[in-house]
Design a protein around this ligand. Structure first.
Ligand SMILES: Cc1cc2nc3c(=O)[nH]c(=O)nc-3n(C[C@H](O)[C@H](O)[C@H](O)COP(=O)(O)OP(=O)(O)OC[C@H]3O[C@@H](n4cnc5c(N)ncnc54)[C@H](O)[C@@H]3O)c2cc1C
Length: 317
């Protein structure tokens, strides 16, 4: 028996999928978002660790001056969901040399970066814990015909759903994405300078970036989150805990911390970032759309939002 026709469907409740669904819902369309995760957010990820939210994916937001995303971020700031964090980070080299580097203003969140996804999801029909297995011509989602479907996820995840010989599957087949591990490190007291904010670690085999989670959250907790190099993550993807000692050693060396952390946690990101994000904002072929941070380079939260918004507009049209 043929399945009843479903609504416009967005697969993926990361920021790209939620932005896409919001445009469709605001355009008066019946839209449903399906996500395999326990809660919306994807790589906008926070987990409660030892009683407080810790950001495990994206470290912060940026918003190009005057851009539509800047208006969204300003709304979050007005409602206390986000706050300006810093425009200055440290840079640590192999010889321990440290300098300061300034860039765009970065925003943090008091309740964890996932709270922004929860805000975007409010009022939408989002079905978490709902993995999609196939998207076929028609289009159809797991055999159910839909007017159109948006795949808002890393290309290797989209490729699993699509026929590689089809026109859309061919667009994502073989796209290379790099992994990363996020290691959370907790101490009894803060053991690093109050003005650290975060540090880019150059030429280290284990760690590429360290964020001061207490600083970006605003609660001053003695917690750091280190993101590994793609090389360390690749070697430890099946057993992420095995990478933790190398990360602890690299963080202590980079920041000159004498004590071992009292606890650690690790999160694996198999598809953390595209090796070569595309310039086009999205793709749309035969009612199947592709969006996310693999589009609209450079790959970051702001581009994922812009990509999802652009695809939503195209589908509305
Ligand atoms: C370690 C790390 C650090 C980062 N740091 C920053 C930073 O500091 N600043 C910044 O701007 N960006 C940063 N980024 C990038 C940023 O997180 C991403 O650009 C953005 O979150 C991507 O959003 P998205 O919606 O495109 O994809 P995702 O957030 O990956 O969303 C994809 C969604 O699809 C769902 N999904 C996948 N397959 C299926 C399926 N078969 N069925 C149903 N659902 C499915 C997933 O569960 C997920 O929720 C970082 C990323 C990582 C991993």
């Amino acid at each position: 028996m043929a399945l009843e026709r479903g609504p416009l469907t967005v697969v993926g409740a990361g920021i790209a999928g939620l932005a896409c669904a919001r445009v469709l819902a605001e355009g008066g369309h019946d839209v449903e978002v399906l996500d395999r995760g326990r809660a919306p957010g994807g790589r906008l990820s926070s987990r409660t660790v030892r009683g407080r939210p810790v950001d495990l994916g994206a470290s912060y937001l940026t918003a190009g001056e005057g851009s539509p995303f800047a208006d969204v971020v300003a709304g979050w700031v007005d409602r206390g969901l986000a706050h300006p964090w810093t425009d200055t980070f440290s840079v640590v080299g192999p010889d321990g040399f440290r300098e300061r580097t300034s860039g765009p203003l970065r925003y943090g969140t008091p309740e964890g970066i996932r709270s922004l996804a929860a805000d975007l999801a409010a009022g939408l029909t989002v079905r978490s814990g709902t993995p999609v297995r196939t998207v076929t011509a028609g289009p159809a989602v797991d055999g159910r015909p839909v007017p159109a479907v948006a795949l808002a996820m890393p290309a290797p995840q989209a490729a699993r759903l699509l026929d590689p010989a089809g026109p859309v599957g061919g667009l994502v087949a073989g796209e290379v994405w790099e992994p990363a591990l996020a290691v959370v490190l907790g101490w009894r007291q803060r053991r690093w300078p109050a003005d650290l904010h975060g540090a880019f670690v150059h030429d280290d085999p284990a760690v590429a970036w360290i964020a001061d989670d207490g600083d970006r959250r605003g609660d001053g907790a003695p917690v750091l989150v280190a993101h590994t190099t793609a090389g360390l993550a690749t070697r430890n993807l099946e057993t992420p805990a095995a990478a933790v000692p190398a990360v602890v050693a690299a963080v202590r060396a980079a920041l000159g911390i004498a004590e071992e952390p009292v606890w650690t946690e690790v999160q694996r990101w198999t598809f953390a970032r595209p090796a070569a994000p595309r310039d086009e904002p999205f793709a749309l072929v035969d009612g199947v759309g592709l969006c996310g941070d693999g589009w609209h380079a450079p790959a970051k939260v702001e581009s994922a939002w812009s990509s999802g918004t652009a695809l939503g507009r195209a589908l509305t049209a």
